[in-house]
Every structure is written in C-alpha cells, then in structure tokens.
Design a protein around this ligand. Structure first.
Ligand SMILES: Nc1ncnc2c1ncn2[C@@H]1O[C@H](COP(=O)(O)OP(=O)(O)O)[C@@H](O)[C@H]1O
Ligand SMILES: [Mg+2]
Length: 245
C-alpha cells in the first residue's frame, strides 16, 4: 500500500485561480521525493494538502491509508502525529531549549494537562536526548534555540520529527535559508534518517543539485501541474528546462 496517494487533486485559493491542477501522485514507503519547481509552482500547497492544513477544492488525499479530508478532529490529530514537518523558518520556540523543542515532538503522545505542566515521561526525555544525538547536537540539549546557527536550528527541527517517530517527514524548503555547505549537511542527515528508519521523505526544493544528489525521485511542478515525475537519473537538462523555464 502506498503511503501517499493523491488523485485528481486540484486546489484554488480563489475561485478559478488554481494553485494545483489535477495532480496525481503515489509515493511508496521509503522514497525520498523532491517537489521541484519555481516559486508559486504549488509545492507548499501540495505539502499542506498532505497534512490536512489545506482542504483541496477537488480530489482525494490518502495518507498512511487514511482519507485526510474525511477524518474527524481526533483521527486527524492521530494521523498528524505520524507526519513530521520541517520548515524553511524552522518553526522552533526560540526562547526554549533544544530539549524542550524536541519534546514538542512528543506532545501528540502526552495528555494535554500533563503537557501544560511539562510532565513528560522519562522515556520521552530519553528518546528526545537520543534524537538530539542522532542529529549531531550532542551537548546542546540545554542550550536555548535562539543561540544556535541556522543549520543547528534545522537539526533541532529534524530531531523533533524523529522524536515524533514520524513515518513520513515533510519538509517545506528545509534548506532555503542555509548556505551551500550547511544545506548539504542537512540533506545528508535527512537521507541517512530515511535509510536508517525507512521514513518516507517529501521535500519541496528549488535547488536542483540538492534534489538530484539526495533524493531518489523528482516531481516537477509548474504552475500547479506535474510536468515531470520520475527517478532522479531521468531528470536531465531537458526536464529541468521543462520545470523551470
Ligand atoms: N494562502 C493563500 N491564499 C491565496 N493564494 C495563495 C495562498 N498560498 C499560496 N497561494 C498561491 O497559490 C500558488 C501556489 O503557491 P505555493 O503553493 O505557495 O507555491 P510554492 O510553494 O511552490 O512557492 C501561488 O500562485 C500563490 O500565490
Ligand atoms: Mg512554498
């Protein structure tokens, strides 16, 4: 069973103006997919459809076997727990520590009143510590996020997804705010996590080299339509032209 299936997906934020048009996409477990396209192509909209933040105008979204737009509040929350998100702007709580931010990944698992009191089970704290080590931030658990570099912040974002034990990791331009070397480190980290845990990874990117180097498959979006879908090996210059020009 595929982990993601989009069928005839279209979305218009305003009537008649389509951000996505007739998108068909099936992703199998363990793939590393790059959504490639210029600004405005519809990459973020597609990612938001996957976690239910956007309800598409038409079409169906099935994630981990669940019809995202037909779920009730509770079911949707349970599904979101299985989907980790990393962001261009990191979406961390700057005044809190690395450990506290990573523990946010456990919030879906802790009852509301306990999380208000920040009473995380010690197993959660241990898991968070191990995720912090897995992303190479040993020794930073008690550092406030605002004192970290961009690359380190993105590592915290990834550790949060790991702590969530997410089966799918979605990234919306996760390297757009980073320099080239740091971008490569972050892409390598995501690739290693994918290989080790089998988590499916879907990233929106506009960096062709990063997509080709670190992903297994490229989905090219242009003006809301899929103009290429195939293995990275097939993504030659002609394809890049089709996606970007
Ligand atoms: N919240 C919104 N309201 C209205 N239009 C939007 C909104 N978000 C995105 N759009 C439009 O939808 C299209 C696709 O945007 P987006 O999915 O953000 O593309 P990308 O992530 O590839 O840059 C663009 O034309 C954009 O202006
Ligand atoms: Mg975007």
């Amino acid at each position: 069973m595929p982990v993601i299936r989009l069928s005839r997906l279209s979305h218009a934020y305003r009537p008649g103006v389509f951000a996505l048009r007739d998108v068909e996409l099936t992703v199998e477990q363990g793939e590393r997919v790059a959504l490639l396209g210029e600004s405005g192509a519809g990459k973020s909209t597609l990612l938001r459809c996957l976690n239910g933040l956007v309800t598409p105008t038409t079409g169906t979204v099935t994630v981990l076997g669940q019809p995202v737009n037909l779920l009730g509040e509770d079911e949707r929350r349970l599904l979101r727990r299985r989907i980790g998100m990393v962001f261009q702007e990191f979406n961390l709580i700057e005044r809190m520590t690395v450990l506290q931010n990573v523990l946010v990944g456990r919030l879906g698992y802790v009852s509301a009143w306990k999380s208000c009191l920040r009473l995380f089970p010690s197993a959660d704290v241990q898991l968070a510590q191990s995720c912090i080590e897995q992303v190479g931030l040993n020794g930073y658990a008690h550092t406030k996020v605002r004192n970290l570099s961009g690359g380190q912040k993105q590592r915290v974002g990834i550790a949060r997804a790991l702590a969530q034990q997410a089966e799918i990791i979605l990234g919306d331009e996760p390297i757009a705010n980073l320099d080239i070397r740091t971008s490569q480190e972050i892409m390598r980290l995501l690739r290693d996590i994918n290989r080790r845990t089998g988590a499916t990874i879907v990233l929106s990117l506009h960096d062709v080299d990063a997509a080709r180097h670190f992903c297994t498959r490229i989905v090219g979006l242009r003006a809301g339509e899929v103009v290429f879908d195939g293995a990275v090996e097939r993504c030659d210059e002609k394809v890049i032209q089709r996606i970007f020009y």
